[in-house]
Design a protein around this ligand. Sequence first.
Ligand code: PHE
Length: 452
Amino acid sequence: MKKEKRGTFSGGFGFVLAAAGSAVGLGNIWRFPYLAAKYGGGIFLLFYILLVVTFGFTLMVAENAIGRKTGKSALSAFGELSKKWGFIGIIATLVPMIIQPYYNVIGGWVIEYTMTYLTGGHTAAAGDNFFTDMLASPLRLLVFQFLFSGITTFVILRGVQKGVEKFSTILMPVLIVLAIFVSVYSISLPGAMTGVKYLFIPDFSKFSIQGVLAAMGQMFYSLSLAMGIMIAYGSYLPKNSNLEKNVGRIELFDTSIAIIAGLMIVPAVFAFSGGDESALGKGPSLMFVTLPKVFESMGLSTIVGSAFFLLVLFAALTSSISIMEAIVSSLCDKFGWGRKKTTIGVGIGSFLFGIPPILGYSLWDKVTIGGLTILDMMDFITNSVLMPIGAMMTCIFVAYVIGVNVIHDEVKLSSDFKRQKLFDIMIKYVAPILIAAILVSSVLEALGVIKF
Ligand code: PHE
């Protein structure tokens, strides 16, 4: 079979924007603000930042270095470094394969909201039943899911530089401008300052172990770790690009957007609810039910609502692109398949597997486990089970199978490794223990043994 040339990013800048495009997603925009609000605001933010620069830094360096060293994506990279441990690559590839179909479904919801706002339907979007009516119409959802997965497939078909990199370099700056616009609007609302203070000033009496665990889980998801994405992107990073510095930039980008999202949402909801933090609710209802009501009550709702959902759409698209890239590049590397055919196959597959989570809200709404819908189940299996297992295995693999020197050498190809000591301590001892704690607590919580 003719071997296709592997793609690369044009350099550090393209890599950082593409990786930041992956990292900045729904996790930053709705998950971070409601977790921050739930676990005490400033104190949560403090721990979150500490975890990003220690634990997140370590895992991201490890994944990027594994990718760049082997020049392969997850499914082949682990096996290339040590035959017996190739199975970690299977776990790391299974995660995006399960995430992609349901991410497309949520992406479809976002398209529906964006179009509603752009066409002046703000009052309808803020209606009590808009969200539930949407979920109860499988055909409509199918069309929007098709659109979202179609755009993703189109970008991946164009390749690493002309597709993934170019798309992120255009969308990410627009996203930042929109986010700043919405957050300035939100902060300027009467009564919003209580929300701003709540978000930034740590109140140590609100410290809790659950909050730290939640911050850790959020950090994982938000930095797109443990799903093969950073390995794939590392494999496209030129050898002379400064790996350590670029990881720092991705983290800065991702955390800044999470904070700006906090500023878009927390002050506006505080102003709307008169300071009641429980109005931030949990899960999709915040973004799809509460926020449209907030926008409606504050005026300018067409402009602010359109800007908000457009930025959510861009964030979701660049993330979904990275999920598909991780799958496609893993399959091409492993089986030597052509990129075009693989992309079309994965596009069709993820569209079809997106049908069950859509039906889970209507025709198949009786199919639940412990109250979880099909979409929630897919989310739980990946985020709470497979990702922590994959991340723990990656730490053990680096620390005790191939040895930390392999990573040190790869990082040092392009610069000094300034945080090498921190990296070693984290990957050998701290990270595996902390990850085990996330795994145990989330499974126990799901089984109803403990309640957070
Ligand atoms: N990191 C993204 C976010 O914060 C989520 C994501 C999930 C990205 C899965 C890629 C794959 O929302």
